[in-house]
Design a protein around this ligand. Structure first.
Ligand SMILES: Nc1ncnc2c1ncn2[C@@H]1O[C@H](COP(=O)(O)OP(=O)(O)O)[C@@H](O)[C@H]1O
Ligand SMILES: [Mg+2]
Length: 254
């Protein structure tokens, strides 16, 4: 008689008892987080609580050292992978302060990272319509494609550039670190729209939204909200937690 196979689906990302230091300073201690594919997680918390450190550690930043714990992404041990390998596995982290690269134009840069992601060489003529579609979505004028990467971009334009990268790469895990800070309502709506577009196109995409503010979470509704304080996740709950924090602050967020 045939036995029914029982399939246990592991989460896309599983962080277990993660401790991280920079130089001699312990920044994260025993962080646990599971992110299932297709879900939106918000990570909130006061300044300096370790949110960006967690994001940078996921992306493989050499500024931080993991002293304990594990990170498993799509069944693979992430901690032994280089930042490039992590990106190729489908992890995307938006930068708070993206690099300016005079001499490299937006279209060439995006074609390069797209080719790396899809594992083949897409010629400029083939890439052009792909890029145009994404630029329309990110509300970026076509001239942008010919500008040098982030060179002379305003704060808002840099954020749109990060979102454009996300749209081109179609990552499995999108980590947006304070992508909403300093943006006006229209720019914020465009970012939310781009994220929702990606989610619709690739429903298995998981999103980790790091933010201080509830307003982006009204546009991109999180399935789960986590509060980080002093390097640890102290509270997790559903989206109602956002409003508790808005009214009572982080310390009363329980
Ligand atoms: N590269 C670094 N070297 C040393 N300390 C750091 C570094 N990056 C962050 N920190 C420290 O780690 C703590 C957490 O910072 P961070 O992760 O940026 O917090 P958040 O993103 O929640 O504001 C802060 O005390 C900060 O000063
Ligand atoms: Mg930060």
């Amino acid at each position: 008689m045939l036995k029914k196979a029982s399939i246990i689906l592991a989460p896309m990302l599983e962080i277990t008892n993660l401790s991280v230091k920079s130089e001699d300073k312990l920044i994260l201690s025993s962080v646990n987080l599971k992110v299932e594919s297709g879900t939106v997680h918000a990570l909130m918390g006061p300044n300096g609580s370790g949110k960006s450190t967690l994001a940078q550690t996921l992306a493989g930043s050499p500024a931080f050292t993991v002293t304990a714990g594990s990170i498993v992404f799509k069944g693979e041990d992430l901690l032994i992978k280089s930042p490039e390998q992590r990106a190729n596995l489908g992890i995307f982290l938006s930068f708070q302060h993206p690099l300016e690269i005079p001499g490299l134009n937006v279209a060439s840069f995006l074609r390069m990272i797209y080719n790396r992601r899809v594992g083949q060489n897409t010629l400029p003529v083939k890439f052009k319509p792909i890029l145009e579609e994404k630029m329309t979505l990110a509300h970026m004028a076509p001239e942008f494609a010919q500008r040098y990467l982030n060179d002379g971009f305003s704060g808002g334009e840099k954020k749109r550039m990060e979102i454009l990268q996300m749209l081109v790469l179609e990552p499995d895990l999108v980590i947006l670190d304070e992508v909403d800070s300093g943006l006006d309502v229209d720019a914020l709506k465009d970012i939310a729209k781009a994220v929702m577009y990606l989610k619709e196109k690739k429903p298995q995409t998981a999103i980790l939204l790091i933010t201080h503010y509830a307003r982006i979470l009204n546009l991109i509704k999180p399935d789960l909200v986590h509060i980080m304080q002093k390097g640890a996740i102290t509270t997790s709950g559903d989206s109602s937690l956002v409003h508790t924090i808005e009214t009572s602050g982080f310390n009363n967020g329980k």
